[in-house]
Design a protein around this ligand. Structure first.
Ligand code: SAM
Length: 234
């Protein structure tokens, strides 16, 4: 029943994970993880009452209420004073919303060692926030399911481990756009995504040039990105 997308997201959780799934909807992800790992524990957060109720029903149906706590609230606020959550998953939303949730809930992240984000669009916003807040991107995946492409970004808190920062000064802006690890691997799906983004962006630039109030600065910025895409697809 679980999508390949969420299975892949779950593969970045360690065994015995103690994690929060923010925007859990039906709580399929925490249920899948806890059914397969007797030591795993989770908080399923939802801001909307409908999904919150669905999450509670799923958790009860699988008799996992002792290990999955379903909580109603905005973003990371559901973590309250919990200081034992080690991983946070935020999947299936736009990158801007994921960034906002992380930023507004920054104070709740003191015990969190890993963030697994699966933005549907605007991945760059998430990467920029992670970089600024001291989370090192350790893995990235791009995949396709049911005609949609998804990126998954995994980042660990800078700490005692010697984590290798994948960004370089010279390539930073490019790496934030494409994903530092995705850019290194350049899989077939990566190519497909950026071919399609190239067409989209060209169309947007043409429309912008024809508009009555031409925004030259924005056009220049987009044209620079278009060039990056072209270069990376060669
Ligand atoms: N995470 C699941 C997945 O990847 O399949 C569900 C994704 S669903 C498209 C997005 C969910 O996030 C919705 O159930 C919505 O109610 C919830 N959501 C949106 N903003 C939220 C916020 N600020 N805090 C908690 N949940 C939020």
């Amino acid at each position: 029943k679980l999508s390949e997308r969420l299975k892949k997201v779950s593969s970045f959780l360690p065994e015995g994970a103690h994690f929060a799934d923010i925007g859990s909807d039906h709580a399929y992800l925490p249920c899948y993880v806890c059914l397969r790992d007797q030591k795993a524990k989770a908080v399923a957060g939802e801001v909307n009452i409908g999904p919150f109720n669905s999450a509670k029903s799923t958790v009860e149906a699988y008799q996992l209420s002792n290990r999955i706590d379903v909580r109603l609230g905005n973003g990371l606020e559901v973590l309250g004073d919990d200081t034992d959550i080690k991983q946070v998953v935020i999947a299936g939303m736009g990158g801007s919303l994921i960034k906002t949730i992380l930023d507004e809930g920054k104070s709740k992240l003191s015990s969190v060692q890993r963030i697994i984000a699966q933005p549907n669009v605007d991945e760059r916003n998430v990467r920029r926030w992670l970089l600024k807040e001291g989370f090192i991107v350790i893995d990235e995946t791009i995949m396709e399911e049911n005609g949609h492409r998804y990126e998954i970004i995994v980042a660990d808190k800078k700490g005692t481990d010697e984590l290798i920062d994948p960004y370089t000064k010279k390539q930073l802006e490019r790496q934030l756009l494409f994903g530092p690890i995705l850019l290194k691997n350049k899989t077939g799906i990566f190519h497909e995504k950026w071919q399609s983004e190239y067409k989209k962006l060209s169309r947007i630039i043409n429309q912008m040039k024809e508009a009555s109030n031409v925004d030259n600065e924005k056009i220049e910025r987009f044209e620079k990105e278009l060039l990056w895409i072209k270069e990376e697809l060669q």
